[in-house]
Design a protein around this ligand. Structure first.
Ligand code: AMP
Ligand code: GLY
Length: 423
């Protein structure tokens, strides 16, 4: 099979790495890819959001399966454009991708499906939003309703903070059009888990859970990021909890989406809060998490390619997935300054030594090769140093041993990935 992966981050490197191991694969392309992906796939210079460019490439190169990493091309209708061109695509239609693109839509679907979520209200008027905040009291959560690159959420500890968020999002439009309306939510308390389900429109199979670390600094301090590290499996997410989430959230939502004429195919990523009252849905994403995908791929024993095909073809009811009895961790190396502004072009050395640490797999995110062959940083999140071990501690020790082989003064990482499970 000839496969095109869309995207160029650590998640896409992990997907390419897993697909490259499939005996079914004959040729792997990635658009646009990165320097690490170039070691397992042919990178093509087409942007992940260039829908006509991607479809034309897939047709010209007789691609059998398009695998979409990020949400943006999905919300822009890449899966629909592929379907119209007779191409098979792993990822939801634009209508189903609204589960990530619109927070209001997600809340409506969750309520219709009876899935447990935080109490909520939506406002297009700033004064009404402020009145609601004062009535409900803090802590309270304010979210821009549209896509805001993962940055449109303020967990406000005080009423003043929540009101300031209303000014920023609705009046100053710091996230642009995404701030035309806001969703205000009850603040859930507990441990956060990223849960993934492989869906074919009707049937869902658990893809496992991971715990991300969204804050930039050790001890979960500092600004929110795309994710600074992850591990899997999280010990608090027991088999019983997983079955509860499948039964009360994933399967009812899948049925509700089908009922609405927008069946969900692809990876449904449920951001969960494990509260004292059980698991509650924080949000959906319509794709693998980054960096969660990296640890899931390290633990997946089954061939990824037929699993994605079965999801595309509506055949998951006759499918099962097998997992290695291993723990996995990924530590993200980011450019100094991330998630704020950061320099590009700093040279990274020591990657070979890092990759030789037993159990370690290095996934690239924002990297490129300079003309002289040197590896340089080109993004905010730059590398994911991942490792497996018989225990989480073993995986952690291997990952940080590899991190310490790197010679990259322009980068940093958190030193405490996995602390909730390890302490
Ligand atoms: P999101 O962009 O929706 O993933 O939200 C970013 C982060 O805000 C989440 O990962 C949570 O840590 C936090 N968050 C969002 N909604 C809530 C909520 N209702 N209660 C508590 N924390 C929340
Ligand atoms: N790591 C969280 C996400 O991919 O949205």
């Amino acid at each position: 099979m000839r496969v095109l992966v869309v995207g160029g981050g650590g998640r896409e490197h992990a997907l390419c790495w897993a697909l490259a191991a499939s005996p079914l694969l004959t040729k792997l392309f990635c658009a646009p890819g990165n320097a690490g992906i170039a070691e397992v796939a042919e990178c093509v210079a087409i942007g992940a959001e260039d829908i006509p460019g991607l479809v034309a490439f897939a047709k010209d190169h007789a691609i059998d399966l398009v695998v979409v990493g990020p949400e943006a091309p999905l919300t822009l209708g890449l899966a629909d454009a592929c379907a119209a061109a007779g191409l098979k695509c792993f990822g939801p239609s634009a209508a189903a991708a609204r589960l990530e693109g619109s927070k209001t839509f997600t809340k409506e679907v969750a309520d219709a499906a009876g899935a447990p979520t935080a109490a909520w209200a939506r406002f297009t008027d700033a004064a009404a939003a402020r009145a609601y905040i004062r009535a409900k009291d803090a802590p309270i959560v304010v979210k821009a309703d549209g896509l805001a690159a993962g940055k449109g959420v303020v967990v406000a500890a005080t009423i003043a903070e929540a009101e300031a968020a209303i000014s920023d999002i609705m009046e100053d439009r710091v996230h642009g059009a995404a701030g035309a309306s806001v969703v205000i939510e009850e603040c859930l308390v507990g441990e956060e888990i990223s849960f993934f389900a492989l869906c074919d429109g009707i049937t869902a199979l658990p893809l496992g859970a991971a715990q991300d670390h969204k804050r930039m600094g050790d001890g979960d301090t500092g600004p929110n990021t795309g994710g600074m590290g992850a591990y899997s499996p999280p010990p608090i997410f027991t088999e019983a909890l997983q079955e509860d989430v499948m039964a009360r959230i994933i399967r009812p939502v899948l049925a509700e989406m089908a009922r609405r004429g927008a069946p969900f195919k692809g990876v449904l990523f449920a951001g969960l809060m494990i509260t004292a009252d059980g698991p509650k849905l924080i949000e959906f994403n319509v794709r693998f998490g980054d960096p969660e995908c990296q640890v899931l791929m390290l633990r997946l024993k089954s061939d990824l390619l037929p699993a994605l095909l079965a999801a595309c073809d509506g055949e998951l009811a006759r499918f099962d997935l097998r997992w290695e009895a291993l723990h996995a961790m990924v530590v993200v190396m980011a450019a100094q300054g991330y998630p704020g502004s950061y320099a590009k072009g700093s040279e990274i050395r020591g990657l070979e030594a890092a990759g030789q640490v037993s159990g370690v797999q290095v996934f690239h995110a924002g990297t490129a090769r300079r003309e002289d062959g040197a590896l340089i940083a080109t993004g905010g999140r730059v590398l994911g140093i991942a490792a497996t071990g018989k225990t989480l501690r073993e995986a952690r020790d291997a990952a940080y041993t590899a991190v310490d082989q790197l010679d990259w003064p322009g980068g940093f990482c958190r030193r405490d990935i996995g602390w909730r499970a390890l302490n």
